[in-house]
Write a protein that binds this ligand. Structure first.
Ligand code: NAI
Ligand code: SOE
Length: 362
């Protein structure tokens, strides 16, 4: 923390995968970044008291609670972080925003467009963040810089895949397979990330034509989704997200082709970005394999010396650091609830397109 910073009391709801990733970010942010606030990890909130106490001990939370509504009434809680299944995001975020708290929420923002619209409206009155953490992968930040510098020229193709395989296990279960809890399957879970990254890098999506598919007999959410799209800048896209991509575990990737070059990224090798400069002399052309750990790369000065690679958890730390700095300066922060609402509009169009077997305009 920089001298003279204010203290923010944090309460986090949810003690699963994201509960751990966020706890780590709250703990680490001021170790890697100068932050304008001192974060106090006040309360971790969930349903299982025994597991909560173990979680609090391990991750340094002061207290535990099983009633998240009571937590919102506390004056020593300034920030409410929502890391629960998708069905709880709307109720919790709207209540937290109505209580005047700073609201952080996991993706997808909601189960559907109606919930997302109400959430964005409620959160418009308070500082807010959505954990689209892949925006803070340094290589994706560098991709954004390369595009903004005009080094790809006119964009022709945007191609992105989020390919996992755990859904193909016939014994797998949990809230992600219940439409009432999750909203959708691969669409809300994985395509949401692809759309957020795509709209950040390449602008607004204007039309989609999609197919959602379920492989597992009796399963009520989609296992895979395929979508063709147009962007406002005239480029065309294909997106594919699957939980049945046997052989791949967390293959979140994109390739972008423009008149002056190409970019290629894969989260399973997250420290690297491939860039082909098509303006270079023909005999020198070939994709450069850039190790995005500095110097002069996003976040590099905050983590380790050049060549000392970072991991998944750093994307949450960097997201939080950017948010706190924007909050102190009263700057806008992205991705916020409005950005996530724009993602939800695309997901809604994807669902309608798949149902109607037709192109849908946004
Ligand atoms: P999880 O199943 O590991 O954890 C969910 C937690 O919510 C559990 O601790 C559960 O006890 C708690 N919970 C459920 N109902 C509750 C209630 N009524 N009150 C309080 N706590 C309750 O799920 P995971 O993977 O952590 O996912 C949570 C959210 O994070 C989802 O929205 C998911 O889409 C998102 N997510 C985002 C990721 C990212 O890349 N940004 C990665 C993984 C998940
Ligand atoms: C599971 O499919 C999951 O954990 C998603 O919920 C996350 O959003 C994604 O980042 C990784 O995979």
């Amino acid at each position: 923390m920089k001298n003279g910073g204010r203290t923010l009391g944090v309460a986090m709801i949810g003690q699963g995968f994201m509960g751990r990733a966020h706890s780590n970010a709250f703990l680490q942010v001021s170790r890697f970044f100068d932050t304008p606030y001192d974060l106090k990890m006040k309360i971790v909130c969930g349903r299982d008291k025994t597991r909560l106490e173990e979680m609090a001990r391990r991750w340094n939370w002061d207290e535990t609670a099983t009633d998240w509504r009571a937590v919102l009434e506390r004056n020593d809680v300034d920030v409410v972080d929502i890391a629960t299944p998708n069905n709880l995001h709307a109720e919790m975020a709207i209540a937290a925003a109505s209580a005047g708290k700073i609201v952080l929420c996991e993706k997808p923002l909601a189960r559907n467009l109606d919930e997302a619209t109400r959430m964005a409206e409620a959160a418009s009155k308070v500082p807010n963040l959505v954990w689209f953490n892949y925006r803070r992968v340094p290589a994706i930040g560098l991709a954004k810089r390369i595009i903004d510098e005009g080094r790809l020229g006119e964009i022709y193709h945007y191609r992105a895949n989020y390919l996992q395989s755990w859904g193909a296990d016939p014994h797998v279960s949990g809230w992600r397979f219940n439409p009432a809890d999750a909203g959708s399957g691969a669409t809300g879970d994985l395509l949401a990330h692809l759309i957020d990254t795509a709209q950040m890098l390449n602008g607004r999506i204007t039309r989609v034509c999609a197919t959602m598919h379920t492989f597992a007999p009796g399963r009520r959410v989609d296992d895979a989704v395929l979508a063709q799209s147009y962007f406002a800048n005239g480029s065309v896209a294909t997106f594919e997200a699957s939980r049945y991509a046997i052989g791949l575990q967390n293959h979140n990737s994109f390739e972008i082709h423009g008149s002056k070059g190409m970019l290629r990224f894969n989260l399973e090798d997250l420290n690297r970005l491939h860039f082909l400069d098509a303006v270079a002399p023909a005999h020198l052309q070939g994709a450069a394999d850039i190790l995005v750990t500095g110097p002069d790369h996003p976040y590099a000065s905050h983590f380790w010396p050049p060549g000392h690679i970072i991991g998944y958890e750093h994307t949450f730390i960097a997201t939080l650091a950017d948010f706190l700095n924007a909050l102190a300066k009263q700057d806008s922060f992205h991705a916020d609830f409005r950005d996530a609402l724009e993602v939800q509009k695309v997901l809604d169009a994807v669902e309608r397109s798949s149902e109607q077997r037709a192109w849908v305009s946004l």
